[in-house]
Design a protein around this ligand. Sequence first.
Ligand code: CMC
Length: 432
Amino acid sequence: MTAKYQLIQKDREQEGIDLDVIQPVVGPPAVDVTRLYRDQGLLTYDPGFMSTASCQSSITYIDGEAGVLEYRGYPIEQLAKEADYLEVVFLLLYGELPNRTQLHEFDDIITHHTMLNERLKEFFGGFHYDAHPMAIMVGVVGSLSAFYHDSLDINSPRHREISAHRLIAKIPTIAAASYKHNVGEPIVYPDNELSYCGNLLHMMFATPCEPYHPNPIAVEAMNLLFILHADHEQNASTSTVRLAGSSLANPFACIAAGIASLWGPAHGGANEAVLEMLTEIGDVSNIDKYIAKAKDKNDPFRLMGFGHRVYKNYDPRANILREMCKKVLTELADNNNPLFELALKLEEIALEDEYFVKRKLYPNVDFYSGIIYRALNIPNNMFTVMFAIARTVGWVSHWMEMMSDPLQRIGRPRQVYTGPPRRDFVSLNRRS
Ligand code: CMC
């Protein structure tokens, strides 16, 4: 639905420009500026996309002021409480919750795509023993495109769907193999009897010498974490996937680009950074010192796991995770409780501090996810990899949505040029 919006140009004697306004199902309306340059020779300027909707999407809705997150209309709290991760994967990918038969068939498809081509496994040997697993992920996921020439026609809906299934199914296998490479253990094959999350734990922690039975609490916690991380509308990595995909690049290359973007500490790398920060703070008695550092504009230190571009209220995912954090630490009798106590105290102090209150800086999803992963014995450098596994369905769903949109065109932002104006070339011997 569109309405008209009048933009008054101050330097053109109050001349008005009529622009369409796009009304979403919920959320703020968007002024359509697509014809502004062609019709008026004007650009819009919005670094960091503070006020820019880059696309229309029917996948995820966030109300940052109210702390609301919904996948395909379903509140995250309900999905977190009731759903299995693969049900959420189906929901994000196809738009509706699966019935029993659909879920069974989907589970079967994903389960039967979990193996890697044996040649692909040789890629891991090319990485240094201490390579960061995210570096391995970027390389190996991108190279999947070299294995599936037969189904890489991005104009074919069926090929797109097969690629989506392959990515969702194989990413845990690649992730577990990157961990095994790090610790010098043999790569473990998937076990088709296990659930998506149970199989990931199996591939990470089983060895050929000993049987491994995933702990049900660990599986439950991972299922929850994966649901909460599955999608988050147009975040940096999803926008990266869309931009890469807009040039009609293949889906494996696009998802590799998304993984690279997720790696940064301002995005998915924050869960790893939170644990490093808590370890550095070390003790409740040091909290005041670190809060002061976070507030000091001359100090690059930030409270990791705090703040969000969209949420100006509690991140609903952090609320859910805080409870799971307590449960995991209690039930797995983990010895990490001091870190959790430290996190709780840090949260309490920050939430009462004027600096954080004024800027609406609340704990985000990553504040607690790292503590849970640590309790599941997942090493710090694998935290962002876990996020990447869970987010793959979000990336793939956005890529599928974009590719089936008849209006899709290459993403090509413009700029406000600030360099030197035109000048003549000076030959080398005349330069001072
Ligand atoms: N610690 C201290 N000050 C902060 C923090 C923080 N974590 N986050 C924001 N601020 C301050 C910032 O200095 C600025 O202050 P001022 O207005 O005086 O200049 C104000 O709050 C607004 O911050 P911003 O950087 O303009 O906000 P943004 O929307 O561009 O950045 C963010 C959002 C998430 C990158 C940022 O809050 C941050 O760096 N947080 C820590 C990293 C983190 O936890 N990231 C995970 C995000 S959630 C998961 C995900 O998306 O992957």
